[in-house]
Structure formats: structure tokens, C-alpha cells
Design a protein around this ligand. Structure first.
Ligand code: PMP
Length: 431
């Protein structure tokens, strides 16, 4: 694999951008490489500046359900640009977008657009605190909810990869209201609610965590969260930045048959343009300014380009349920292929899957929480990553990220990936 051009850009990048990247997991540092710089992408394939082609399982970390730059979404976007890129006064498409989201998510009555997942979760917490007049929040180890101060505690994704449990720069005073339990630990949740339930404003959870690898919330765990929140008057927030519209068009409530009081969405509703949203029951959302006293705002929120692509994306997903069936079938094929390879090679590792999200943990199962995920053999994963990359397969450069499938991935892509997986596993286990 030639990467002369990427190397050259990276040398300049580190001069001007911290670590050469605008988000830490892009650095490839944890796998001992420098990043590839991308030129363009189409469908399931991504191409770097040196002309290498990869089957892409990062897919911008989730939003590209239909693959890269699908014509159904990009058609007409020039006309939107020509009409104006941002107005700072409302547009009709924002209302249409809100309606699509609320229709898809019966647990909520209203939704507010923001620009990222981080903004969505940060704002939802403020609203939940304002609504309940309480300060404490409960989150779970290994769940990542963006990088706002209160949530950057025992979080996953890049913070595990780079070993940042809580970040310098986050004052202890700010996180003293953040309670943390082990994911899937029912007894710990019961205990913390018995002790402090009347002071807890909100519980925020990834129903299926895509930030410590891929770890599913147990059905009884998600049900318990609903139960205790109802009993103690806390707001249950599902962070569906990864799971929303992906595991099902109707997201986690359809998957678990449990409804939250509030929901956060991110990139997935923008199909690759910067967007996020938080929503809730009318009673809760009525505390948001300008109706209520809780302030939250955004100059570019509801941006016309993001609304245009996002709305079209959600309409396609809504009107074509076979997309989900197909995604499921292809992801299952990948899961089974990887499992068969592990068996052939006599490796006792764990594969998890939820819909079109797949993860291979370099550790024996079960993997139910952050501690389990941390048992993985990272050295072997790093060798595996490199061996996949050199065969034209791009996965997240970290053990703690899931593979994202898109509708553009073909059976041939999956077959090629399974073959490459076998070779990469073999290589990773040669001393
Ligand atoms: N919540 C979850 C579950 C996420 O996975 C992420 C990022 N992947 C975020 C929040 C933060 O989103 P963003 O990077 O758009 O700020």
C-alpha cells in the first residue's frame, strides 16, 4: 500500500492542527500508523489521495446508511445552495424534518435541531435538569455521549482508545453531579436509585453502545431504567446518535419495546452533513426557550443543506423498509463469516451484532460492559487492523468502535471482507 501523498499531507497537518486531525480517532495513532487522507468516496468505497481503494466500514461513523454520496440524496443540492446556505430565520423544511422525526418516534412530541451529537446530549441534559429542578445525572461506563464537560466521565470511543477517563480541563465541580454505573448492571442501578433517586434529574444511556466496541443493553436493563425513572421522576434519555434510524426506522423503542422521555439524535439524521437533534414529550420540551426558561440556541441549527439531505434520507428509509431487511441480511452474513473464520483458526473471540452494526472483540465473551471490553488483546487488534487495511478494508482504527454497514455494501464486498478477515486474523496471530 503506497501512502506517500497521505504522509506528506500529514507532515503538514501536524504543524497546523493538533495531532494533524480534527477528531482524535482519525489519527490512527493507537494502531501505530499515520492517517490516510481521503480524496473521495462513492457507495461502499472510499479512496485515499494515493489512489488506494477501500471497502469502507467507518461510513463517517454511522450516518451513511445509504453509502457515500448517493445520487438520491445529492440530486438537487446545488439548487438548495443557490437559494441560500443559511438564513438565521426559520424555513419550512425545518418543520417538515421535525414532523418526520416525531412521526418516526412516537415517544416524543417535539424536537429541536442542533449541529452535532455533542450538542444534542448536552442540551437534553440541561432541559432535563431544568424540567426536574435536580442536578444529578446517571450515565454508564463505556457509553460516549459527546465531549461536553458533564458527560466526559468514564466514556467510550476515543476516550478509551487514548485512555482519557475524564479529561483535564473538566473541573471536578462540573462532574460531581455525574454518577456512573457499570453498563448492564441492574443491581448497581437499583442501589444508586435507592440511595439518590430523588436527586437524579436524568439517566442517559446508549441502548446499544457503539463506543466500547458494540455492546448491547440487556432487555431487562433497559426495562429497569424505564421503571426506576418513572418511579423516581427522573427523565430517561436514549442517546440514539448511533442507534437512531439504524437498528430500526423507529429506533430503540421498536427494538426494546421501551420508550424514553427524551431522545438525542446526531449525524444519522443528516446523512453526512453536520446535524443533531434532541426531543421529548411536550411537557418536557415546554421548558425550552422561547416557550420556557431553559436556554439553548444555535446560529446554524436547522441549516437548509443539512435539512435537505437529512429529510430525503429519512424519507427513503421510511418508504423502503426492505433497506433494513437487506442491511440485516448482509450484516448477518458478515457476522457468520467472521465467526466461521474464528472457528477455523481456533480463536475464542467474540462477535457482536445489532442490525447493521458488527464488532469483533479480541477477547472471549460474554462482553457485557466496559470492563469486559477492556480485556481485549489490543496488540493483536492493531496487527489485524493493519492487515485489513493493506487488503483494502477500512474499519475504525480502534478495538472500541463498531463496523458500520450501508445499503451500498454489496454481497461481493461482504465476501471480500470475510476473506480478508481470515487472512488478517491469521497474520495477527503469527509471532
Ligand atoms: N452520542 C453517541 C452515542 C455517539 O456515538 C457520539 C459520537 N459518535 C456522540 C454522542 C457525539 O456526537 P458528535 O460527534 O456528533 O458530537
Amino acid at each position: 500500500m503506497i501512502n506517500i501523498k497521505s504522509q506528506k499531507i500529514f507532515e503538514e497537518a501536524i504543524e497546523y492542527i493538533p495531532g494533524g486531525v480534527n477528531s482524535p480517532v482519525r489519527a490512527f495513532k493507537s494502531v501505530g500508523l499515520s492517517p490516510i487522507f481521503i480524496d473521495h468516496a462513492h457507495g461502499s468505497k472510499i479512496y485515499d489521495v494515493d489512489g488506494n481503494e477501500y471497502i469502507d466500514y467507518i461510513c463517517s461513523w454511522g450516518p451513511l446508511m445509504l453509502g457515500h454520496s448517493p445520487q438520491e440524496l445529492t440530486d438537487g443540492i446545488e439548487d438548495v445552495i443557490k437559494k441560500g446556505t443559511s438564513f438565521g430565520v426559520p424555513t419550512q423544511i425545518e418543520v417538515e424534518m421535525a414532523k418526520i422525526i416525531v412521526d418516526a418516534y412516537p415517544a416524543i412530541d417535539q424536537v429541536r435541531m442542533v449541529n452535532s451529537g455533542t450538542e444534542a446530549t448536552m442540551s437534553a441534559l440541561r432541559v432535563a435538569r431544568g424540567y426536574t429542578n435536580r442536578n444529578k445525572i446517571l450515565k454508564f461506563e463505556g457509553c460516549y455521549h459527546g465531549h461536553s464537560d458533564a458527560l466526559l466521565v468514564q466514556s467510550g470511543s476515543g476516550t478509551i482508545t487514548y485512555g482519557v477517563p475524564t479529561s483535564p480541563g473538566v473541573p471536578e465541580d462540573v462532574v460531581k453531579h455525574t454518577l456512573v454505573c457499570k453498563y448492564n448492571d441492574l443491581a448497581a442501578v437499583r442501589r444508586i436509585f435507592e440511595e439518590q433517586g430523588n436527586e437524579i434529574a436524568a439517566v442517559i444511556v446508549e441502548t446499544i453502545s457503539g463506543n466500547m466496541g458494540l455492546v448491547k443493553g440487556k432487555q431487562e436493563f433497559i426495562e429497569l431504567l424505564r421503571e426506576v425513572c418513572t418511579e423516581y421522576g427522573a427523565v430517561l434519555i436514549f442517546d440514539e446518535v448511533i442507534t437512531g434510524f439504524r437498528i430500526d426506522y423507529h429506533s430503540s423503542p421498536a427494538y426494546f419495546n421501551v420508550e424514553p422521555d427524551m431522545v438525542c439524535f446526531g449525524k444519522i439524521i443528516g446523512a453526512g452533513l453536520p446535524v443533531g437533534a434532541y426531543g421529548g414529550k411536550k411537557e418536557i420540551m415546554s421548558v425550552v426557550s422561547p416557550v420556557g426558561p431553559v436556554y439553548q440556541a444555535g446560529t446554524l441549527s436547522g441549516n437548509p443543506l443539512a435539512m435537505y439531505m437529512g429529510k430525503k434520507n429519512l424519507e427513503i428509509l421510511r418508504d423502503n423498509p426492505q433497506i433494513y431487511t437487506e442491511l440485516d441480511r448482509k450484516a448477518l452474513k458478515l457476522e457468520e463469516g467472521i465467526k466461521a473464520n474464528l472457528e477455523k483458526l481456533g480463536l475464542d473471540y467474540t462477535v457482536t451484532r445489532a442490525g447493521s452494526l458488527v464488532c469483533l472483540f479480541f477477547a472471549k465473551g460474554p462482553i457485557e460492559n466496559y470492563d469486559d471490553a477492556k480485556r481485549c488483546d489490543i496488540d493483536r487488534f492493531n496487527k489485524y487492523f493493519k492487515a485489513l487495511l493493506s487488503q483494502g478494508i477500512l474499519i475504525g482504527p480502534s478495538q472500541y468502535e463498531a463496523m458500520f454497514l450501508s445499503n451500498a455494501h454489496t454481497d461481493e464486498d461482504i465476501e471480500k471482507t470475510i476473506e480478508a478477515n481470515y487472512e488478517a486474523l491469521k497474520l495477527a496471530h503469527q509471532e
